[in-house]
Each structure stands twice: as C-alpha cells, then as structure tokens.
Design a protein around this ligand. Structure first.
Ligand code: LLP
Length: 421
C-alpha cells in the first residue's frame, strides 16, 4: 500500500492535494511520500526479524539526498555504485560503516575516496578489481573489508536488461570459480574477506530464483569456511519486484522474502545485508504531468503530455507499464476510452502507453504516473532541451521541493564556450 489516495475526488499525496503541489511547482514533477518510504523500509527491517541484519537501500533507485537522509535516520544503510552516490550518502549523514560499495567498475580513485571516508565493505566483482583494491588499500596503509560477488547462473525471470545472475551477464565471478577467487583475495595484503555477495536481478516477481541463488550461496559459505575463510556476512542484493499493474500482479511480500532468507541461510549464523531499491522507493513516488493536447489521429487518439521519455524513461527502455490516473477521480460508471499516451519528445519511442483505457480528459487536466519513485527521476535527462524534472517530498500535510527545476538560464549556463569560438 502507498499514501497516494483519492480524497474528496482529488488525488492526495498523504494529506496534501497533488494538484496543489503541481500548481506551486509546475509539471512535470516527481512527488514522493515520506510515510510510504518509511513503511517500505520498515517492512524489510521487520521481515529479517531477529536475524542480525542491515537493510542497505540501493541509492540508484532514488538517490536524492533528502530521501537518503529520511532512510538513514531510520537506521538504513546504503548500497552505492559510484563515489557520487557515496558522497550523497555521506551528505545525508549516513556513516561509512553503513555504506556498501557495489558495481563492476570501481576506479582506483573511487576506492581510495571510500577508504578515506570510511566504508562497511566493497563488493568486488572480478580478480583485477581485487588486485586493484589491494594495491590502493596497501598504499594507504589500510585493509579493505570485502565480499566477492558471485554469479550463481540463475535465471531471474525478469526483463533481459535488468537480469544480472546468468553467466552471460557482466556481473560477479562465476560461482564455480569462487573458491579460487577467495583464495587469491585472502592472500592479498590489502583485503580482508568478510563475506559473500550476490544480486541476480531486479523486478523479480517470484521467490524461486532468489531461493535457487541463496541455496548456492549457502553451499558456498560452507565450502569457503572449510577452506578457512571467515564468512560472517551475506549480502543478498536487492531485486524484489513491485506491482506496477495494480489490476493483475502481486509479487511476494517482504515478509515472505524474509522467511525464505531464514529458511535457506538462517542456519549459517551470518549477518544478513539486503539492498532493496525498487520496493522501497517505487510505489513511494509518482510523476505528475499536464495534458497539453488531445490529438485525434487515424484510428487512434493521442494524449500529448508535458512529461516525456527524458523525465521517465522506463516505458521506452524496458517496455515498462505504469498505471496512469487522472488527478480528479473519475465519476463512477464513466466509460473509459483507449488513448496512446505520449510525450512531446521527437521520437516514437517517447510513448508511455498504447491503447490505454482512460476516462475522458480535457486539455489542462493533470495525470499521475504511479509507481514512478524508483528509477524515475534518477534516470531523467535534459534531452530535447527540457530542464531536469524537479522532485518534491511530502510528509503529512507538508511538502518541500527537494530538487528544484533548473531555470532555462541555469540549464544554458552549464554549457561553456571555448575561447576560440
Ligand atoms: N543491488 C545491486 C548490486 C543492484 O545492481 C541493484 C539494481 C540493486 C541492488 C537494487 O535492485 P532493486 O531492489 O531496485 O530491484 N533501471 C531499471 C532497474 C535497474 C536495476 C539495477 N540494479 C528499471 O527501471 O527497471
């Protein structure tokens, strides 16, 4: 459940009318609900119960410093994949001992900066990366705590662009090579092995692929312990999906995920880390847009919005579905009609939905894309000269702009002219 509900016929974000925010900030605009972010973090935290654990929110899903601060204040750790995300987490007041650093291509500069600022662990993804980190850490007189991300060769049964756990994917070290990799890591002077990391993909709608992967991790834990390694932490990545299409999908709940983690890994006595992004932020955010034109086409009608693929790229990139609802609640019994819902960007890929049944709308009406909190604003760009979409956070009856829309002057002012032009 989220906190975007109709009240007296108007969509609200918690206790604030969404139309009121749109009037104050303009559209398109992302709006997040603090209560929903809080609720989703707590669901995971509670799902892991008595097991020693840390929920490391995947900052890539929605990385605004205000969102990181809200979650950090609740006790969350953060999973970062660049020094940019690391610095945002630090700016949000999250201590290094709650930050894990993932990603296939950490540079030496990033490694040094994270070691300098403090880090819980690096999740390493290749032998060359292990050697680089050992050199960097040794050069600083430090020892870096590490896990190695293993690739369990499991089909996550999700969109090909966000599946990461098959051997053909660039991620992790093949699980069959893991013992050799751990032996090498243990022998490197700048590394201290603390555990194992795995992440098989995103928007998983079944538990079975997780369970298959975690079962392999359990076996590997025992094998590595027999080899003499101190495996005390298991980082299980993120990936639990959300119901994008309210009418027909219900992925497993965090509590069911927690029970499965307990069942597959509980006997090992390890501290568990998880890195959920989408499930915490996805349904905690909406993208609000204005209908610019209703255009009658040949055999189809178009709703042309002021939001475009540069603001929300998921439909263009992953053929993703987002529920799109009017801010004014449709009267009961109103007959929906099919529309192609598009943005103003100059390519056909700028299509949010085809033949989507929508209640009658008129120009100037506002709509909201649901489940847009994760991988929405963070993937936005200024393509077609459209200033970066702003972000607003709501808590109860208050709201605040947490990233303003740049003015045209600011947008243009970021370009600079060479002296010879
Ligand atoms: N940990 C690692 C190492 C990851 O690569 C990811 C996501 C997560 C955690 C968080 O996964 P989540 O709980 O959010 O599923 N832009 C795509 C999703 C890309 C996911 C990338 N990695 C989309 O819009 O669907």
């Amino acid at each position: 459940m989220d906190h975007f509900l109709y009240r007296a016929g108007q969509l609200h974000a918690e206790d604030v009318s969404v139309a009121e925010i749109a009037a104050a900030v303009g559209t398109p605009v992302y709006i997040y609900s603090a209560a929903t972010l809080t609720r989703h973090f707590r669901l995971f935290d509670e799902a892991l119960g008595e097991t020693p654990h840390l929920v490391c929110y995947a900052a890539k899903a929605a990385g605004n410093v205000a969102i990181l601060k809200l979650l950090g204040d609740l006790g969350a750790g953060v999973d970062v994949v660049s020094i940019g995300e690391y610095l945002k987490a630090k700016a949000a007041g999250i201590p290094g001992e709650r930050i894990v650093f993932s990603g296939v291509g950490k540079t030496r500069g990033e490694m040094a900066a994270a070691l300098e600022g403090g880090i819980r662990q690096f999740n390493l993804e290749s032998e060359p990366e292990m050697r680089a980190l050992s050199e960097v850490a040794s050069g600083m007189g430090a020892v870096a705590p590490v896990t190695i991300r293993v690739n369990p060769d499991v089909d996550a049964k999700t969109h090909a662009k966000i599946a990461t756990g098959r051997s053909e994917n660039k991620f992790g070290i093949p699980i069959a090579k893991a013992r050799a990799a751990y032996a090498e890591a243990a022998a490197l002077p700048g590394l201290k092995v603390v555990g194992i990391d795995v992440h098989i993909g995103s928007q998983l709608t079944e538990l079975a692929p997780f369970e298959a992967a975690f079962t392999k991790v359990a076996q590997l834990t025992e094998a590595l312990r027999a080899d003499g390694h101190d495996i005390s932490r298991l980082d299980l990545g993120g990936g639990l999906g959300i119901p994008y299409e309210r009418s027909n999908s219900a992925p497993p709940l965090p509590v069911e995920y927690g029970q499965m983690v307990q069942r597959t890994l509980g006997h090992l006595g390890c501290e568990i880390e998880i890195e959920p992004g989408r499930l915490i932020a996805g349904n905690a955010g909406i993208l609000v847009s204005t209908l610019i034109y209703l255009k009658e086409g040949e055999g189809r009608d178009f709703l042309i919005l002021d939001a475009a693929m540069n603001d929300l790229i998921r439909p263009a990139m992953y053929d993703a579905w987002h529920d799109i609802v009017p801010l004014a609640e449709p009267a009961p019994g109103v007959e929906p009609r099919p529309y192609d819902i598009v943005g103003p960007v100059c390519e056909t890929g700028d299509t949010f939905a085809r033949a989507r049944p929508m209640p009658p709308l008129t120009e100037g009406d506002l709509v909201a894309f649901r489940s847009a909190g994760a991988y929405g604003a963070v993937m936005a760009s200024e393509y077609n000269g459209r200033p970066l979409v702003p972000e607003v956070l709501v808590s109860g009856d208050q709201f605040a702009v947490i990233r303003p829309r740049p003015s045209y002057e600011e947008m243009i002012g970021r370009d600079s002219l060479p002296t010879w032009l």
